[in-house]
Design a protein around this ligand. Structure first.
Ligand code: PBG
Length: 324
């Protein structure tokens, strides 16, 4: 009925007009590159299910951070692969553990880099669960002191951000109070608030050597069927002192990102996880889709859903592509 008065194509005529009316941008300042740090020297161990991503020793991580900074990525999140694992994840809380060592090296070489530390025990426990066990159960309250100590070790090493990803109840408040008691008021706390129990973490578990040796993570990570519960988790974490809340994974949970965005006026992060990355890479390697184009569309969709911060294995290649 309104044709020919209304012609939406008018604003799509050329790139200048299209960019004039473009509603969403993916800014490099909102991208966070995940990095896997392992013991050793001059080591780069590619992860087969995540083309382009590798475990790296601390010296190589520093070089990687320099390259990231040079192409416009200022945020990295570190995951540690420790030399030793045990039942309680003791190597997660050491001041000279793998992640604090990497943090100090990065902050010495590149003080302006924003260094995030993932806080979770699964890379450090020999059973691969994110908490301490009592029999076959994950003991929530016994896990909290470990997470507090791990976050404190990271903050003392100079981490700008600590990001608990374990999904234990009460961990945000526990970590915040530990940091504050130690005078680390400035350490930012990003909570993986709505973290789902997802098959999309598969490649990460190869990368971080953190697959559970028995059972699964259903008793602590969220049921993929739930949305109201995500809002409750976010509300709790904000009440406990989270500065930024995260939804994870991203692509199958864009509706969750949007609901959180509509409800809460805090910065929202989303984690474009390993399986989401691997799917794009695998299809692109087969020539089944245009990897660069799909990557841009994926990141745009996450930003459009409401996340201003995106943790993604694509960060570096996206930065290179967008800078030409
Ligand atoms: C640790 C953690 C996981 C991821 C981030 N932190 C794995 C898991 O919960 O099993 C997944 C990230 C990814 O798949 O890229 N708890």
């Amino acid at each position: 009925m309104s044709f020919p008065v209304h012609r939406p194509r008018r604003l799509r005529q050329n790139e200048a007009l299209r960019s004039l009316v473009r509603e969403t941008q993916v800014s490099l300042s909102g991208l966070v590159q995940p990095l896997f740090v392992c013991p050793g020297k001059d080591l780069v161990r590619p992860i087969s299910s995540m083309p382009g991503i590798a475990q790296m020793s601390v010296d190589r991580i520093v070089e990687e951070c320099r390259e990231l900074r040079d192409c416009g990525i200022e945020n990295v999140i570190l995951f540690g692969i420790p030399a030793e694992k045990d039942a309680t994840g003791s190597s997660a809380v050491l001041d000279d553990g793998i992640v604090p060592t990497a943090v100090r090296a990065i902050k010495t070489a590149l003080p302006e880099m924003i260094v995030w530390c993932d806080v979770c025990l699964c890379e450090y426990t020999d059973h691969g669960h994110c908490g301490i066990l009592r029999g076959p159960e994950i003991d929530n309250d016994a896990t909290l002191p470990r997470l507090q100590a791990m976050a404190l070790a990271c903050a003392k090493a100079g981490a700008d951000v600590v990001a608990p990803s374990d999904m234990m109840d009460g961990r945000v408040g526990a970590i915040r109070s530990t940091l504050d008691l130690a005078g680390m008021h400035q350490t930012v706390l990003v909570s993986y608030a709505a973290k789902y129990c997802s098959g999309f973490y598969g490649p990460f578990r190869e990368a971080a050597e953190s697959a559970p040796k028995f059972g699964d993570r259903r008793s602590y990570q969220m049921d993929p069927a739930n949305t109201d519960e995500a809002l409750r988790e976010v509300a709790l974490d904000l009440a406990e002192g989270a500065d930024i809340v995260m939804v994870k994974p991203a692509l199958s949970y864009l509706d969750i990102i949007r609901r959180v965005k509509d409800r809460f006026d805090v910065p929202i992060a989303a984690y474009n996880v390993s399986g989401e990355y691997a799917m794009v890479k695998a299809a692109a390697q087969n020539g089944w889709l245009d990897g660069d184009r799909v990557m841009k569309e994926v990141l745009l969709s996450i930003a459009r859903a409401g996340a201003s911060i995106i943790l993604t294995y694509h960060a570096k290649e996206y930065a290179r592509l967008s800078r030409g």
